[in-house]
Design a protein around this ligand. Structure first.
Ligand code: AMP
Length: 230
């Protein structure tokens, strides 16, 4: 990595918009730290505590986990040293109250949300992506059975372990998650648009095309520090 982008970015868009895939590409190219509240919650579920069991119920039903649980987990993660130079938030905020909690947490250390990338995605594309999604349980890398298969049959290219399908990636739960997201997100699009930090992207594009568009946007906005020329 020779380039870096040091700002706080929110990746907004329904499940299946490709936020995780873009986050992985942006991390590799620009060193942006990727924080996914879905991943944080799945880690809590794995720990098997009472809270973890409650979280699992919400997630498996495609419902949102209560704000106080998610926000606490996010804030703890954002206090780790690697998050100081800026982060890319994936899956948070999901409603206005969370957006306000995020703004408070950032402003306490003199920061703010600098940019919101809104991946506008059709339901058809999102459902297809999620139904075919397979995930590495080790490194969390996402694959797709047809669009982005691993080199060897359902084995992670990096870790060599067998890929899994998330419990909430079945077609019925996927549709519910998509609708829950659309319902809550309308407010957020308006909220960030009013602040003039919202950039709408076409979430139906392929991962490569979308990544190129985001890279162009970073350049146009003068956000990229190129260490190789510096
Ligand atoms: P994701 O990995 O972003 O698709 O999230 C998977 C599930 O985790 C969601 O369907 C919710 O149940 C839960 N979740 C993730 N982020 C949040 C959030 N910010 N607020 C509430 N629930 C969340």
């Amino acid at each position: 990595m020779t380039k870096s982008v040091n700002i706080n970015i929110v990746l907004l868009g329904p499940p299946g918009a490709g936020k995780g895939t873009q986050a992985e590409l942006l991390n590799r190219e620009y060193g942006l730290v990727h924080i996914s509240t879905g991943d944080l919650l799945r880690e809590s579920v794995k720990e098997g505590s009472e809270t973890g069991r409650k979280i699992a119920e919400y997630m498996e039903n495609g419902d949102l986990v209560p704000d106080e649980i998610v926000t606490k987990s996010l804030i703890e993660r954002m206090q780790k040293p690697d998050a100081r130079e800026g982060v890319m938030l994936d899956g948070y905020p999901r409603n206005k109250a969370q957006a306000e909690s995020l703004e408070q947490a950032l402003s306490a250390s003199g920061k703010k949300v600098d940019l919101v990338l809104y991946f506008k995605t059709s339901e058809e594309v999102a459902v297809d992506r999620l139904s075919g999604r397979r995930v590495c349980p080790g490194c969390k890398k996402n694959y797709h059975v047809t669009n982005m298969p691993p080199k060897n049959d359902m084995i992670c290219d990096k870790c060599g372990v067998e890929l899994i399908q998330r419990k909430d990636d079945n077609p019925e739960t996927v549709k519910k998650r998509f609708n829950v997201y659309q319902d809550r997100t309308k407010d957020l699009v308006e909220h960030y648009s009013d602040k003039n930090i919202l950039c709408e992207m076409d979430g139906d594009l392929s991962a490569e095309e979308l990544f190129d568009r985001i890279s162009d946007l970073f350049k146009d906005k003068g956000l990229v520090d190129d260490a190789s020329t510096g």
